[in-house]
Design a protein around this ligand. Structure first.
Ligand SMILES: [Zn+2]
Length: 126
């Protein structure tokens, strides 16, 4: 079997986000954020939806043909036991153009698992 490097950039896929995609709950919000980035790369729509808070989750998710180039976690903030945020920059290419997504994602811990709640977009001009 080919050893796949984890898209989130921190090692082998089967010991990193692959674990969470296979059903192990992510231990913290930052890990969940990374595993969701990897799910975007690998087009694991099922995983993205199952880790999305029911209040904000879309019914369906259409992943377009972005080619994800890399993830950089800027800041991980734990507000309390059940709330955390992760600021990150993800780079991707679509239609031959490079883009960057700068987002601060909010996560909540509910019923034994971390869930993505929503995201805000800070000034992206820097
Ligand atoms: Zn990973």
């Amino acid at each position: 079997m080919v050893k796949l490097v984890c898209p989130c950039g921190t090692g082998g896929y089967d010991r990193c986000c692959g674990l969470y995609h296979a059903g192990v709950p992510a231990p913290d919000a930052q890990t969940l954020m990374r595993s969701r980035y990897s799910a975007y790369v690998l087009k694991r729509t099922d995983y993205l939806l199952s880790t999305w808070h029911p209040d904000t989750r879309p019914d369906t998710l259409d992943l377009t043909d972005e080619r994800w180039l890399g993830l950089e976690v800027r800041k991980y903030t734990i507000s309390c036991a059940n709330h955390a945020s992760v600021e990150f920059i993800a780079r991707y290419k679509t239609d031959g153009r490079a883009h960057r997504l700068h987002e601060i994602s909010q996560f909540v811990f509910e019923k034994g698992q971390w869930l993505y709640l929503d995201g805000s977009f800070p000034n992206t001009s820097e």
